[in-house]
Design a protein around this ligand. Structure first.
Ligand SMILES: *Cc1c(COP(=O)(O)O)cnc(C)c1O
Length: 429
């Protein structure tokens, strides 16, 4: 029996019909559940910051803001997005290794809570701009710690990185930090890595960071007003990966935060999360344009390739591991054949899923790549072959809302300038 996939009672085919494909669909109910479950389990001492990098759509940011999330931004546009979504500037922090003059100036003028600095040279620039603006700026130090803990897919600590300032330099930086007149060094930020799916490394990271906070307070003789312990909590993508046990995790983290808070009553504690908050709520919906065999394998050529879902390519591992993929128009049917799911790009790398077992796929069927709410269009080469960004839809209260229009050829051409260069005449000297 053929059963169609539904989101909040809306059949996926009607959503695809209305908004076209390829299409990102976010289930607002799942977003709410994920946020509220974590918020309910985590000690209230810890404020949750949403890393816009994972999905910068303003409606997603707004929904998270309504539920109480703060914002961690890394570019001028992300800063504007957070402000326009209504995030209180005192709940915004700005970080990133390559901040421009314009970005630092905007942070100071908006009066955001803190700039997280990543180098001594950047401190000089913040001091200069703050003095010029006649303002005092709060600055947190992003520290590249001397410890590192295994278990992250991308380990940050204890090795040469372009991020942050090495722990040793920070601990020896007292004189340097004291000379500024328009900067207050008031916070610590450490981000240890991403896609963490095991409890122990997260707990160990956090323990180390809270200890580092105390060392910094002692060495620099300051009181920290904020400590951001990062996050990097993952979402399962591949076979064999499991959801983090969030209640076990918070059970282990909460006592550490609470005990830190008892001796640091005026320190705000932050955790910043991107993928974990938005990853599970989103799905890429694409349509099967053609189905064809080639040397014994089946290919489904869809309209949603890696140009809108680069993460599905699975860079960095030898064996391609698939995201969860299903037939949405034959959701109830038994998977019985293997298909390679490809897109419209003219490159053999445009493979969204390799040897995915699905019910028989026919032209016009809809396929879904699940757990795709984070690092979708934002981290994909959407301009490749000039296809442009896909449309994005948010489902709330059983209703579908367009939250990002699909790019048109006019959008893609609009920024280009046609320059008629006449051939240089050949002159005979
Ligand atoms: C990318 C990034 C995040 C978000 O990471 P997730 O794994 O998506 O939670 C948070 N903080 C910093 C500093 C980052 O670079």
């Amino acid at each position: 029996m053929s059963v169609e996939y539904e989101i909040q009672g809306l059949p996926i085919s009607s959503i695809a019909q209305r908004f076209g494909t390829p299409l990102y669909v976010y289930d607002g109910e799942v977003l709410r559940q994920v946020y509220q479950e974590l918020r309910g389990l985590l000690t209230p001492q810890v404020e949750l910051f949403y890393s816009l990098k994972a999905n910068p759509n303003i409606s997603i940011v707004n929904m998270l803001r309504e539920m109480g999330a703060r914002a961690e931004v890394c570019s001028l546009a992300e800063l504007h997005t957070a402000v326009e979504a209504g995030v209180d500037p005192q709940h915004i922090i700005f970080l990133g290794p390559g901040k421009s003059d314009a970005e630092i100036t905007a942070c100071i003028r908006y009066g955001i809570y803190a700039i997280v600095t990543e180098s001594f040279q950047e401190l000089e620039l913040i001091e200069e701009i703050a003095a010029h603006e006649g303002r005092m700026m709060s600055v947190a130090l992003r520290v590249n710690p001397s410890f590192s803990v295994k278990g992250s897919r991308l380990t940050m600590g204890g090795k040469p990185r372009q991020f942050g300032i090495d722990e040793q330099s920070v601990l020896q930086g007292k004189e340097q930090f004291e000379k500024y007149t328009h900067i207050e060094i008031m916070g610590l930020h450490v981000y240890m890595g991403t896609r963490m799916l095991e409890i122990e490394p997260i707990v160990e990271n956090t323990r180390h960071i809270l200890e580092l906070a105390e060392r910094i307070e002692n060495e620099l003789d300051i009181t920290l007003r904020m400590v951001d312990v990062g996050g990097g909590l993952g979402v399962p993508y591949h076979e064999g990966e499991q959801f983090l046990d969030i209640s076990e995790l918070t059970e282990q983290l909460n006592p550490m935060f609470e005990s830190f808070q008892r001796s640091h009553k005026n320190t705000r504690l932050f955790m910043e999360l991107g993928r974990y908050l938005v990853g599970t709520c989103g799905m890429l919906v694409s349509r099967a344009l053609y189905v064809k065999p080639s040397y014994g394998e089946n290919f489904v050529v869809t309209d949603g390739g890696t140009n809108c879902h680069m993460a599905a390519v699975g860079t960095g591992s030898y064996v391609k591991r698939n995201f969860p993929i299903a037939s949405l128009t034959r959701y109830g049917e038994t998977p019985e054949a293997e298909y390679n799911i490809t897109g419209p790009l003219c490159t053999p790398n445009d493979v969204v899923g390799k040897r995915v077992t699905l019910p028989p796929v026919e032209q016009g069927d809809l396929l879904g790549v699940f757990h795709s709410g984070a690092y979708g269009p934002t981290a994909s080469p959407t301009h490749f072959l000039s296809h442009g960004s896909p449309a994005e839809v948010l489902i709330v209260g059983g209703e579908a809302f367009l939250i990002r229009e699909r790019d048109t050829p006019e959008d893609l051409l609009g920024k280009q300038r046609l320059v008629q260069v006449s051939p240089t005449p050949i002159t005979n000297g």
